[in-house]
Design a protein around this ligand. Structure first.
Ligand code: ATP
Length: 235
């Protein structure tokens, strides 16, 4: 579904990605593991069209989208849940979800899909008229995921979805990802610093270190790798 070939990202003074190759097959969950500053967010932002200085190729469903605008990539079916959630804090839960559907033209299905998000996250339904700023961190993360789902994506990009959440909430969030993946057949590319949950959910994983992919393989193998255990799983 997604193929990244020789991707390079440069910022003023920083060569953040140095020729990485990643493949995300349709219907799979792929994890991208790496420490702070490894280039994980830059990878996801490049796929969404949010980074300027990019070279290499990004192929989505056989189409070269490297030069395409972010809005058009959302329309093709790419959605991201950004790190730090970035929800619209002054809008209500319902309005945030509606904003997620901004590229869609099938207006009659949008309300149906909002109900689907409420079934996935009943807490959002209870708080639908509440301003997003009043939600807890975990609820804001649910809203960020719900909003991404509202664009009807084929590929969901998740940037450190466990960041700042209590362990039980992280498990709940990951159970929901597994449910979306199984029920909706959604393909997921997931970025995490903490590899344990990510590798449990994923079929395949890549390890990114200062702009290079240094290791890749089936996630069960990566989870057993001593270097990965030491650096990204702990214990
Ligand atoms: P983290 O886990 O801390 O979010 P990351 O793996 O997602 O890290 P990136 O955010 O992709 O890493 O950053 C990769 C490198 O690019 C870092 O050295 C970072 O300082 C640099 N970088 C990222 N964004 C910019 C920017 N807008 N301008 C300049 N340098 C940047």
């Amino acid at each position: 579904m997604l193929k990244i070939e020789n991707l390079n990202v440069r910022y003023d003074g920083a060569h953040a990605l140095k020729g990485i190759n990643i493949e995300v097959p349709r219907g799979s969950v792929v994890a991208l593991i790496g420490a702070n500053g490894a280039g994980k967010t830059s990878t996801l932002r490049s796929i969404c069209g949010l980074v300027k200085n990019v070279s290499g190729k990004i192929i989505f469903e056989g189409q070269d989208i490297t030069g395409l605008k972010a809005y058009d990539r959302v329309k093709l079916g790419i959605a991201m849940v950004p790190e730090g959630r970035r929800i619209f804090t002054n809008l209500t839960v319902f309005e945030n979800l509606l904003m997620g559907a901004y590229t869609r033209t099938d207006k009659e299905k949008i309300l149906e899909d909002i109900e689907k998000v409420y079934r996935l996250f009943p807490r959002l339904k209870e708080r639908k008229s509440q301003k997003a700023v009043t939600l807890s961190g975990g609820e804001q993360q649910m809203l960020a995921v719900g909003r991404a789902l509202m664009s009807s994506p084929k590929l969901l990009l998740l940037d450190e979805p466990s960041l700042g959440l209590a362990p039980n909430l992280v498990r709940e969030m990951y159970r929901t990802f597994a449910e979306i993946h199984q029920n909706e057949g959604l393909t997921i590319l997931l970025v995490e610093q903490n590899a344990r949950m990510a590798l449990e959910l994923a079929d395949y994983g890549y390890v990114l270190e200062v702009g290079h992919i240094v290791l890749e393989g089936p996630s069960q193998e990566l989870a057993q790798n001593e270097g990965v255990k030491k650096a990204y799983i702990g214990g």
